[in-house]
Design a protein around this ligand. Structure first.
Ligand SMILES: [Cu+2]
Length: 338
């Protein structure tokens, strides 16, 4: 090859290399663009968890709203807006519901991805805390709170080509409407169902169905915060909430609030019974809770213990609390006259 021809060839090669470089760069930009595109298009949705009255007595145990339609790749951030604690949990279909302190097992903090194949849950979320879930694949996913059994919802994850029925503004409005309707519900303050003259209703509640699941209103109060009786009388507390557990606790709070204290006996009708001989004595009802709903394919649940009786032998003033909800103001007092 003559020097001249070699020079000509290399002169022709230069533009080819340049073209190749330009194409490489274009390809890189294209690939980066395709990779970034879903993130640019992916929407960030917001929803709330729980709501409450100003005095904290009435608690919405609900996802507000409890039904949301999004696209695959979108994420939803749930913000807790009430003092009652909740979890944001997606179990897998068929998974046995775990206790809230066990989790999936295990917990996620801040954010997680859910595609229906493995469980995700937060630990206990307090007021002001947030949790974001990314939904990369299509499907209809049930949302639950591991603390409150009748607090459920659904996230519908559609393919990006499908139209979405609502925008964020719609969900904000729906959350507000649902929340205030629940909080305003007066059915939960039912007439007392006690057969005893000295009866106190412990809480009250109502489960409200939507197309996506259940919202619950729980009233975290004793119906008669102060009740006056005579020495020798017995006061009877009845949990009238459809789902929420409460306790009646005099004196020292036990470490484990679930079982009754050892000085509690069982009446023939299944109610628990304590005796207080002094204002400095302690007695604890344990969880008073309605039996859970029965379901086909599951063993029948035993009747729940909803009643607690305390006999007061001596005059005095006996303050008590619900060990679960005293922070929300669930406290009472028994005045025992001679
Ligand atoms: Cu309570």
């Amino acid at each position: 090859m003559s020097t001249n021809l070699a020079q000509q060839l290399s002169a022709r090669d230069i533009p080819t290399h340049r073209l190749f470089n330009i194409f490489s760069k274009l390809r890189l930009i294209l690939v980066a663009g395709l990779l970034l595109l879903p993130q640019v298009l992916a929407a960030q949705w917001n929803a709330t968890v729980g709501a409450e009255s100003n005095d904290l007595a009435r608690q919405d145990l609900a996802f507000l709203p409890n039904e949301i339609w999004i696209h695959a790749g979108d994420s939803i951030t749930w913000s807790v807006t009430a003092a009652e604690p909740h979890t944001v949990t997606f179990l897998t279909d068929g998974q046995i519901r775990p206790p809230f302190n066990v989790g999936c097992p295990g917990f996620s903090a801040g954010s997680a991805t859910f595609d229906g194949t493995s469980c995700i849950t937060t630990g206990i979320l307090s007021k002001g805390e947030k949790f974001t879930v990314v939904f990369p694949v299509t499907g209809n996913f049930k949302l639950v709170c591991l603390i409150h059994e009748d607090m459920t919802g659904i996230v519908h994850v559609l393919a990006p080509s499908q139209p979405l029925p609502h925008d964020q503004e719609f969900y904000d409005r729906l959350a507000k409407t649902e929340s205030s309707a629940l909080l305003a519900d007066r059915d939960a303050a039912k007439p007392k169902h006690q057969h005893s003259q000295n009866g106190v209703a412990v809480g009250g509640g109502e489960i409200v169905a939507t197309g996506a699941g259940s919202d619950t209103l729980s009233v975290m109060r004793f119906s008669d915060p102060v009740i006056t009786v005579r020495a020798g009388d017995t006061v009877e507390w009845t949990n009238e909430d459809s789902t929420t557990a409460h306790t009646v606790t005099f004196g020292t709070e036990p470490q484990d609030p679930v079982p009754p204290s050892s000085n509690v006996t069982l009446d023939p009708d299944g109610a628990r019974h304590g005796l207080l001989n002094s204002t400095s004595d302690s007695v604890h009802s344990g969880f008073l809770q309605a039996a859970p709903q029965d379901r086909v394919g599951l063993a029948q649940a035993s009747p729940g213990v909803t009643r607690f009786r305390v006999t007061f032998s001596k005059p005095g003033i006996y303050p008590y609390i619900c060990a679960l909800h005293d922070g929300l103001g669930m406290k009472g007092k028994v005045v025992v006259l001679p």
